[in-house]
Write a protein that binds this ligand. Sequence first.
Ligand code: ASP
Length: 326
Amino acid sequence: MQVQQANKIVVLGTGGTIAGTSPVAGANVGYVAGQLGVDQLLASVPALAQAAAGFELVAEQVANVDSKDMSHAIWQALVQRCWARLQDPAVAALVITHGTDTLEETAWLLHALLPADKPVVLTSSMRPATALAPDGPQNLLDAVRLAAHPQARGVLAVAAGVLHGARAVRKVHPLRLDAFSSGDEGPLGWVEDERVRWAHGAPPAARPAVFADLAMRLAAAPAEQPWRWPRVELVASHAGSDGVVVDALVAHGVHGLVVAATGNGTLHEALQPALERALDAGVAVRIASRCPLGRMVSLQDARWRDAQGLSPVKARISLMLELMQP
Ligand code: ASP
């Protein structure tokens, strides 16, 4: 039997500023995200054919939204389309065009669910396609170059020439082109002109999906059947906190709470009794640090389960997936 050779890179479009346009010629802000189709994005960068290193580029539109409006329904469609494409032996890699606002959340969701034996590269832009000097075309070129790289594996994000992993990547700036950071973990590498330079001289290890069994079950379910996403909400511990929001969410039937806690996972004393009540009511509670850098040290006698170093928004995704498991 002949083994089919992978010969395609699939570019899945979800929208974002990279597909955004402005009626004001050259404007960098005040544009509308998610206007151009992914096939238009590909057609606007002729150098992609060379960056694809012999792979055929195939466009697929999954959604076309401003990623601040990312929904669970779009996530479901994206996971399902990624899953189907990755199963295809003709597909070597995926590239996903996405808005910057929730890119780190989508990256974490995909990392948690998808097999890591092929690269899945998210890219974005800070300026719309109609800007005087748009950053989208270069980012798309870098993403395709990375996707075609023989050592690339798993979910990666590239923007402004910097390569990030799904766990560490975070949007840290509202305007500048280099809007992402991997914090003190540092980037995984860089795309420099025609080459990929790995930090520490080696590509990141491809880790199997934490929720691989769940993903298998979800993938086997009919595409038109909406997944039952548990309601997991974020609350913050801050000066003047009390338990009102927590009590209201519990009364509303919330399934899980992620608390964006101060420092090394500390909570305002006025918040704690409400979290105890939530726990008694069967609500899952996780603690993540509000600090943008570093990683919480878990205390042995901790009252609450911590989020294992995840940011609050990523901890929310992990808790939803945990609660989706049978
Ligand atoms: N609001 C836009 C989005 O996330 C921002 C961007 O893409 O830079 O879709």
